[in-house]
Design a protein around this ligand. Structure first.
Ligand code: HPA
Length: 248
């Protein structure tokens, strides 16, 4: 089964039918995780709102391990993470969608691995290509009329505050094309579990300092609702064409 992890602007699986709620207990955190499982064209699709239902958990407090663990427990083999981002590259202006190819992780203090305790031996996963190419292709090939930038480096910052202008300049020098707060450790944890993972990024603002304007939640929300409609259209088409993916 494939799953969508929804982020800011995508907290309910309105694109699915016959939704059932599964409450999954995990060894992480205090709470169990609610996974919503519905159908799209007769195929089962799971949905998990990364920030919790009601969008209350900030990026640095999300229990990424519990989320991924719960998805694996209900039989998920592939995940599309939907992330709102700030754009740096000229192809990532507000309202634009991208399927990034690479990641740089700037987060700190997050529980970021399943391989920490009770190990038979120290384990290092390969993360040369952080995203699954087949899943990326599924998104890119089903873009239809929607313009999608099929590349880019996603820089994951800690949040919840936005960046300073100097930080954005540094991120740009590092090679980041877009910045978000939730792409990591999600992608790496999926890899640790052998779950194929790709990201569909929606730019909701130019990153700090790239324009003269301040970044306001009002401006972000305006771009978010329209952009997320496009993202959902693309997701629907991609999910309809998902058969199965052999995780790397
Ligand atoms: N920076 C980091 N994360 C974000 C941004 C941004 O500008 N916009 C949306 N998520």
């Amino acid at each position: 089964m494939i799953a969508v992890i929804g982020g800011t602007g995508l907290t309910e699986p309105h694109f699915l039918n016959d939704i059932q709620i599964q409450q999954v207990s995990t060894p992480f955190g205090q709470q169990s995780v609610q996974v919503l499982i519905g159908t799209l064209d007769g195929k089962q699709v799971a949905f998990l709102p990364r920030h919790g239902r009601g969008h209350k958990v900030p990026p640095h407090k999300i229990d990424y391990r519990a989320n991924l663990w719960a998805l694996q427990k209900v039989g998920v083999k592939a995940v599309i993470g939907v992330n709102a981002v700030g754009g740096i590259h000229s192809e990532t202006g507000p309202g634009r969608l991208a399927v990034p190819k690479q990641i740089i992780d700037y987060t700190w203090g997050r529980e970021h691995t399943f391989f920490a305790e009770g190990l038979d031996s120290v384990t290092h996963i390969d993360f040369t290509q952080p995203y699954d190419e087949s899943l990326r292709a599924l998104l890119i090939d089903n873009a239809g009329d929607t313009a999608v930038w099929p590349e880019g480096v996603y820089g994951c910052t800690q949040g919840p505050r936005l960046e300073s202008a100097a930080e954005v300049q540094r991120l740009q020098r590092d090679g980041c094309d877009m910045i978000g707060m939730t792409g990591m450790p999600e992608a790496a944890l999926a890899r640790e579990l052998g779950i194929a993972y790709a990201c569909l990024a929606l730019s909701v603002n130019w990153a700090a300092g790239l324009t003269d304007e301040l970044i306001t939640m009002e401006a972000i929300e305006k771009v978010l609702s329209k952009g997320m409609e496009e993202a959902i259209g693309l997701l629907r088409r991609a999910l309809q064409h998902y058969d199965s993916i052999t995780a790397q």
